[in-house]
Design a protein. Sequence first.
Length: 275
Amino acid sequence: MPELPEVETIRQTLRQLVIGKEMESVDIKWPKIIQKPDDMEEFKQLLVGQTIEEIRRKGKFLLFDLTDLVLVSHLRMEGKYGVFQKGEEIAEHTHITFHFVDGTELRYRDVRKFGTMHLFEKGAELDEKPLIQLAMDPLEEHFSFTLFAQKIQKSERVIKNILLDQTVIAGLGNIYVDETLFLAGIHPLRKGNSLTLSEIETIYQSAVLTLQEAIKQGGTTIRSYVNSQGQIGMFQQQLHVYGQTDKACRKCHDKIVKMKVNGRGTHFCPTCQQL
DNA sequence: ACGACTGTTGTGGT
DNA sequence: AACCACAACAGTCG
């Protein structure tokens, strides 16, 4: 489900609901979500008494800064957070519940159970999986365009695949890669090593614009995404290519085409994005 | 009714 | 290095 704009919206909505809250206990219904530590009892024990001080985001990861620890959470396809009063009805597919001392609780729901959580000592989170290989995300202030361009220009892979690679640029998923390439006017099958510096610059700027606008709209809801307050996103109304198969291109009125690239559905305008 | 497809990522084989 | 098939799951759509 969520790509950078959805995760950022979740971060912003969740912050207001849980900052300053102290955990009393944790319930785990689907242990495989907990990747670190290995022992789920240890995960629970470590969290007791920890207070949520801040929530950060890196790419599609949420980082909960706690008193002494950092909880790194990836929502994969369907992960969601919500805050409830103790005793409120528990929605289906609720797998993890963080009980706070004030009687509220943070619940993690995930229909497909693909999400992951890793718990680290403060400061260690960037030196190990899953964050160690993660590239910078394009909304970071010190994003290195030079490094980004180098990685693209020495690659034989097609640009669609490169942009989905979180070790090259973090935060883009299937929706925003297709939208970024449309805005940039670049065909998804262009090889990395065929792109000029100027084209890569255009791609980077298109990504930033697309992501910033999507965040303004609270993300994209295709079928199930909601933020931490249960609200859907609005950016789906502004999609130019993703999910627009056979519709008229909003720029040139040619038909949007869908094809498979590396197993992923890929949408583009054959007129605006030529090889 | 059933296979194909889905906003993600990791692994193992070639 | 990089692609493919497949895996983890559950729901929806044609």
